[in-house]
Ligand binder design. Structure first.
Ligand SMILES: CC(C)(COP(=O)(O)OP(=O)(O)OC[C@H]1O[C@@H](n2cnc3c(N)ncnc32)[C@H](O)[C@@H]1OP(=O)(O)O)[C@@H](O)C(=O)NCCC(=O)NCCS
Length: 372
């Protein structure tokens, strides 16, 4: 039996046509399109169509997809009641995972496992993930939950969060963030979703598995860790010493390093540019400059580069998004990629069931409890 490296590093677990990460050259593609091309020219709705359908949509397909999304943004009433029933002190990630899982119960296709029904569920989940995260925030802040408006997923998310439709720059920046976070090959949460789907379980179970995997600090939880670190550092002049002291204590610096990228994560470059532009426009470069100081130390002392979670911390902060929401909002975008992978898995399904190299004992005889 061939034993995989710990953490399945470098193991190709299945074939896929959705997304590829070239970690040596720092290139990420969705369905053949470079992420930089999509970040500069596409938008989240169009990118979602691309991930799900393998091609960029024509105008009619995109308009029909937008209409489907718009028609499904409102949260089911019982889900809103459920959000209100949770203690205010509950972790937002736990609320999101539980509320998303509960959405299965109110889904009209709950008992239909066909690929067509999975696609309908994926539309509803993609339409509702932003409103759900915004509602979780507003309930926790004792604010009223708002009704979605006519407009993009990005614009609606910021509107439902803040209560004001965002200006064009903020809507565009958040939309690019959604494109950048939409998919990333066989990352931990996507793999978890595929493992669950491969048992022919239901769509909501697959996405709930993904949410659980996403929330760890080594995956989607890193962006919240990054903003906590930036807040603790305070001012850019303190950043280098702070990071060196943390590294000396063997602390991991959140938002750096990657299992696949050995060079600069291309998403981090885009986020860095947006973070700088927003900071300049808002006249407060402090978080951005602290981030740059941290990056310099990590490169010179450890040869580690920022990943998607590093400059997203200062970018999301400039958009007025509270740090406690950084991990949940990853799902607003990644629902697109998870759904694409779940549909691909279902279309060419085979149970995912690896083996373990057994290191335990063998041949023991049972000892009655009174003799132990
Ligand atoms: C993402 C991550 C889990 C990938 O790690 P991995 O492929 O399993 O690599 P390892 O954990 O084996 O790390 C390899 C070495 O780099 C170091 N390293 C990796 N990331 C580091 C970080 N962010 N800060 C400090 N050191 C780091 C490890 O300590 C280890 O050093 P050692 O060999 O001296 O023990 C890791 O880089 C990490 O923990 N990053 C911080 C969390 C994060 O940003 N996650 C979001 C990923 S998109």
């Amino acid at each position: 039996m061939v034993v995989a490296d710990s953490g399945l590093e470098g193991v190709v677990a299945a074939s896929s046509s959705i997304c590829d990460v070239d970690g040596l050259n720092g290139v990420l593609i969705y369905r053949g399109y470079d992420i930089r091309d999509l970040a500069h020219n596409s938008n989240f709705e169009e990118t979602t169509c691309l991930l799900w359908n393998a091609d960029l949509p024509d105008r009619a397909t995109l308009e029909s997809f937008r209409a489907d999304i718009q028609a499904n943004m409102v949260l089911p009433g019982p889900i809103v009641d459920l959000l209100r029933s949770f203690p205010r002190s509950a972790p937002l990630t736990a609320i999101l995972r539980t509320a998303f899982s509960a959405m299965a119960i109110y889904d009209e296709d709950v008992s239909d496992g066909s690929i067509e029904a999975v696609r309908r569920k994926a539309i509803r989940a993609t339409a509702r993930m932003g409103p759900l995260v915004a509602a979780i925030h507003r309930v926790s802040a004792d604010l009223p939950i708002l009704e979605p408006r006519e407009g993009s997923i990005a614009g609606n998310f910021l509107y439902l969060l803040h209560g004001e439709w965002p200006d064009e720059v903020s809507e565009h920046v958040y939309d690019v963030c959604l494109v950048l976070h939409a998919d990333h090959e066989f990352n931990a949460s996507t793999f978890a979703a595929r493992v669950t789907m491969a048992t022919l379980s239901d769509y909501h179970s697959a996405i709930t598995s993904a949410l659980g995997a996403l929330f760890g600090p080594l995956h989607g939880g890193a962006n919240e860790g990054a903003i906590k670190m930036l807040r603790e550092i305070g001012t850019p002049d303190r950043a280098a010493a702070w990071v060196r002291a943390a590294l000396a204590r063997k602390q991991r610096i959140m938002g750096f390093g990657h299992r696949v990228y050995k060079v600069y994560d291309p998403r981090a470059r885009e986020l860095k540019d947006m973070s700088r532009a927003l900071a300049a426009a808002q006249g407060d470069m402090s978080l951005y400059e602290s981030s740059v100081e941290i990056e310099k130390v990590m490169e010179s002392d450890r040869k580690l580069f920022p990943n998607v979670d590093f400059y997203s911390a200062s970018t999301f902060t400039a958009l007025g998004i509270p740090g406690a929401l950084f991990t949940p909002i990853f799902a607003v975008s990644r629902i697109a990629g998870w759904s694409a992978h779940v549909m691909e898995q279902l279309t060419h399904n085979r149970l995912i069931r690896p083996r373990a190299e057994y290191l335990g004992e063998r041949g023991r005889s049972y000892i009655p409890i009174q003799e132990r």
